[in-house]
Each structure stands twice: as structure tokens, then as C-alpha cells.
Design a protein around this ligand. Structure first.
Ligand code: GUN
Length: 295
């Protein structure tokens, strides 16, 4: 059996089309233009390209977007002052500070300074708490994208054995929480594995759904999964450079072998990656609607 490919590229495109219509309606009927600011400190090339992609996507959907790039030696105080400026700017509904920040800046201090109602990344402790409690909040973009991929690919999660590999604050921990919640795309029995897990294969072999987010290229191989598993590969690992200079990417899953056993699988690239930016746009539209009292 060769797996059905769950295309993040196609799913993200469909969601962006829906958002485009929603933004146009907000603008025409309510005179609301959702606004997003991205703040980048330093010149990390990967961060530069992520931020550029976020602004390009916002623009394409009719979302007002501002991009601020600061020198790598910007002080924490100046960054906090900039965040505060945007907290008080009515044109801006979403504030995204691109991570990682330079070492002299405390990530937590900056993320906590963002108004939780503008925290479209869903990283503020208030939004994390709301998420864990199942309350209305901004869901972190990558796990939010995984939920959409599961829902839109018709994957049954209720009662399913879900194994999450990885325990980062950005993906693993929120993913575990979301999958066990009493709601569509949840209601799963969830196991979380990580670098100290003694027998990873014991767990992955039992899984109906594997969500791989460990950051280790091709670590999940065909012998570690059961026939008919659904595999969502969150890993984006740069494993080399093509002659063109473009990075060669690999997921956390050995796609070529696992696809022969899986019922469905996301590719890398073209799987979870395109979903993350799209969910940021969805969160920005949600923020604008909340600010206007529409939801
Ligand atoms: N760096 C890598 N991924 C992310 C993300 O989702 N949000 C932010 N703010 N920074 C990132």
C-alpha cells in the first residue's frame, strides 16, 4: 500500500482562499482591515525568509502588514518599548516577534510583554493557560495547522492512539494538550515521547496517528510504524545544500519507506510548513474580529 499524501500546500491554499473572502467581507461590511506586525531582531537568514513569507502572505490576503527589522545589538529595553508601542496601536491586531532572539534578550520577557489579545503566535502564558483549559484563545500556529490537516484529511482522531514525538513549547507540549481535548480533532488517547523515552518503537508501533516533532532528520523509519498509520511530520531539517544553493530539507520521518506502510502521510516540504503561516493569518483575522467585538 502506498499512502495518501496529505498536502499542506493544497490545504493551506484552500484556507487562504477562505480567509481572503473573510478579510474582504470584514473590510467592506465593517470597515475593518486586520493588521499584523512582524518584528525581527538580527539577520538570521532563515528568520529573514520566514518573516518575509509572513508579510507576503498577509499582503496577498488583504491584511495590513508592517515589518520591523532591528539590529542584532538592539537592547531588550528598546525591543520592549517597540512591543508596547504596537500594543497601543489600533491598526495592529497581531504582534509577532520572530524567534530565536539574540542571546542578550530574554525571550520570555518579550513574549510576556505582548498584549495577550494581540498574541497571534499563542505563546503568551495567558494564551497557553487558556489553551490548556480549552477556553477561547489563539492556538499556536504549527499545532493549529496540524489540527486542520487532520480534520481536512478526514482523519478520525476520536479514540485514536496518538503518539507525539517531541516536547517543545512550540509544538510538542501544545500538540499533546490539543489532541486530548474534548472537541473535534481531539478526543485522542495521547502518548508523548522524547529524547529520554526508553523504547520509542514500542510506542510508535502502537500508534494510529504519529505526530513527529523532534527535530531529528528521518528518525521515524518504516520498521517503527504499523500498517495503516497516519503520519504528520512537523520536522523541517536542513540536511544539505543543492547545487543551486537552496537548502535540502528532510522531515523527522523517513518518508520514502514510511509511505509504503502508512494510510496517509504529510511530505516535507509541502506538509505542515505551509500551514504554519496560514494559521498565523487565521489568528490575525480572529484577533481583528475579537477587537471589533464581532466574536
Ligand atoms: N521561529 C520559528 N517558528 C516561529 C513561530 O512560529 N513564531 C515565532 N514568533 N518565531 C518562530
Amino acid at each position: 500500500m502506498s499512502a495518501k499524501i496529505i498536502s499542506g500546500t493544497e490545504t493551506a491554499k484552500a484556507i487562504r482562499e477562505e480567509l481572503k473572502v473573510e478579510v474582504a467581507e470584514l473590510t467592506e461590511k465593517h470597515n475593518i482591515v486586520p493588521g499584523l506586525v512582524t518584528i525581527l531582531v538580527g539577520e538570521d537568514p532563515a528568520s529573514q525568509s520566514y518573516v518575509a513569507a509572513k508579510n507576503k502572505t498577509a499582503h496577498a490576503l488583504g491584511i495590513h502588514s508592517e515589518q520591523v527589522t532591528l539590529d542584532a545589538d538592539t537592547s531588550e529595553e528598546d525591543l520592549l518599548a517597540l512591543v508596547e508601542k504596537y500594543n497601543n496601536d489600533d491598526k495592529i491586531n497581531g504582534i509577532l516577534v520572530q524567534l530565536p532572539l539574540p542571546k542578550h534578550i530574554d525571550d520570555n520577557k518579550v513574549l510576556t510583554a505582548i498584549n495577550p489579545d494581540k498574541d497571534v503566535d499563542g505563546f503568551h502564558p495567558i494564551n497557553v493557560g487558556r489553551m490548556v483549559l480549552g477556553e477561547k484563545c489563539f492556538l499556536p500556529c504549527t499545532p493549529h495547522g496540524v489540527l486542520e490537516l487532520l480534520a481536512r484529511s478526514g482523519t478520525e482522531t476520536s479514540g485514536a492512539e496518538v503518539v507525539v514525538v517531541g516536547r517543545s513549547n512550540i509544538v510538542g507540549k501544545p500538540m499533546v494538550n490539543l489532541m486530548l481535548q474534548k472537541r473535534p480533532s481531539g478526543n485522542s488517547t495521547v502518548t508523548v515521547c522524547h529524547t529520554r523515552t526508553k523504547d520509542l518503537t514500542f510506542h510508535t508501533k502502537r500508534a494510529d496517528i504519529i505526530i513527529a516533532a523532534a527535530g531529528v532528520p528521518k528518525m521515524i523509519t518504516a520498521d517503527m510504524v504499523k500498517e495503516g498509520v497516519v503520519v504528520i511530520d512537523v520536522g523541517v531539517n536542513r540536511i544539505g545544500k543543492a547545487a543551486s544553493g537552496k537548502a535540502i530539507l528532510a522531515g523527522d520521518v523517513d518518508f520514502d519507506s514510511v509511505k509504503e506502510k502508512a494510510a496517509a502521510i504529510t511530505p516535507v516540504p509541502g506538509g505542515v510548513g505551509p500551514m504554519t503561516i496560514t494559521m498565523l493569518m487565521k489568528n490575525t483575522v480572529q484577533a481583528a474580529k475579537q477587537a471589533a467585538g464581532l466574536i
